[in-house]
Structures are given as structure tokens and as C-alpha cells.
Design a protein around this ligand. Structure first.
Ligand code: GAR
Length: 197
């Protein structure tokens, strides 16, 4: 099975979905480690399953370049075929991009290229769109600009606030991530876009 390292910064419900999927030996990827830039609650999903975790905090390094290099080394130690950024809230630097070029994907709570950045759900609500969604994409040097692998729509409902809408997006994201990781590691998914309709 393909070796996957997951990066997260928060509650890690997306990571948990991947860990659960990977418990089925028929799933084509195994999560070999979960890393974070902080002592994130989401690491617990891995610890509970006996899967190695690592943290690499920006504040423990003299500058961003040193942090980026240390995180790249920590990831590489687990020899991943694929690195999945699932709610990892730091922008990765050149050391990581170079080391994992074409093997690093991210999940984002909007239909990119709409609403990139750290407040995608809030921004979609503020713009008054009727439909937003979830995107899985390859990571490049920009912020949420890399090639889209898969997208799925989520309607904005009357009365939605950021928390409610984000929760419904995450329901979709978990499924889309599990499906897309399977597709990518079996070599089918590269650079194709799923029709969301
Ligand atoms: C997800 O919605 C993910 O797309 C988003 O953080 C959430 C993580 O949820 N990522 C970003 O906004 C990255 N810019 P989780 O901690 O429950 O897995």
C-alpha cells in the first residue's frame, strides 16, 4: 500500500476519516505518520491507533527556512509516497515543495479558485454565494493555487453561519479526501478534475 503522511493543525476530523478508511486493508493507502506544527488535538486520532506522530513548531526554529527544512526532514523520515495537508494551517516553504513536488496535496473548504486563504468559509458567506464546496488540489508555491484534482459542491442554506456551513463542507471533504487519496495513489487521479454535478 502507498505510504501517506498527514499534516494537520486542528481537530483533525479529515485525518480521522483517512485513518478510518486506511484501517480497511483493501484501501490502497496506509497512514504511516501524522505531523503538525503544534500540539494539535487531531494528533490524538493517530496516537490512539498507535500511528507515529511528530510536531515541528515554527517557534522552535530560528526562522521560517529552518522550520521548513526541519519539517521536510521530519516528513521524509517516514518515506511517504504522498503527503496530505488536511487542515494544516501553515504555508509550506521551498524545502517541502522541492522534496515532495507532485506528491503533496491539500484539501480546502471552498471551490477553488474561489475563496483561497485561511477564511474560505467566512469569505464565501460574506460574498453571498449560493454554492460553495470542497477542493482537493496539488500544492504549489502559491496559496491554494495548485492544480485541482477533485471538487464537490455544497449549497449555502438560509440561516447558515460559518460554523454550520463549515460543518457541512467538512462532511463532504472527508468523503472527497478519502476517495481522492485512493484515486491518486492508484495513479488514476493525477490532474483530472471531477465534474461536481
Ligand atoms: C478543513 O475544512 C480543511 O479544508 C481546512 O481546515 C479544516 C480542517 O478540519 N483547511 C484549510 O482551511 C486550509 N487553508 P479538521 O481539523 O476537522 O480536519
Amino acid at each position: 500500500r502507498a505510504r501517506v503522511v498527514v499534516l494537520l493543525s486542528g481537530t483533525g476530523s479529515l485525518c480521522e476519516a483517512l485513518l478510518t478508511a486506511a484501517e480497511d486493508p483493501g484501501y490502497p493507502a496506509a497512514v504511516v505518520a501524522v505531523g503538525s506544527d503544534r500540539d494539535a488535538p487531531g494528533l490524538e486520532h493517530a496516537r490512539r491507533r498507535g500511528i507515529p506522530v511528530f510536531t515541528c513548531a515554527l517557534r522552535d526554529h530560528p526562522d521560517r527556512a529552518a522550520w521548513d527544512a526541519a519539517l521536510a526532514a521530519a516528513i521524509a523520515a517516514h518515506r511517504p509516497d504522498l503527503v496530505v495537508s488536511a487542515g494544516f494551517m501553515k504555508i509550506v516553504g521551498p524545502a517541502i515543495l522541492d522534496a515532495f513536488d507532485g506528491r503533496l496535496l491539500n484539501t480546502h473548504p471552498a471551490l477553488l479558485p474561489a475563496f483561497p486563504g485561511a477564511h474560505a468559509v467566512r469569505d464565501a458567506l460574506a460574498a453571498g454565494v449560493e454554492v460553495t464546496g470542497s477542493t482537493v488540489h496539488w500544492v504549489d508555491a502559491g496559496v491554494d493555487t495548485g492544480p485541482v484534482i477533485a471538487q464537490r459542491e455544497v449549497p449555502v442554506l438560509p440561516g447558515d453561519d460559518e460554523a454550520r456551513l463549515h460543518a457541512r463542507i467538512k462532511d463532504v471533504e472527508r468523503e472527497l479526501l478519502v476517495e481522492t487519496v485512493a484515486r491518486v495513489v492508484t495513479g488514476l487521479g493525477t490532474q483530472t478534475t471531477e465534474d461536481p454535478r
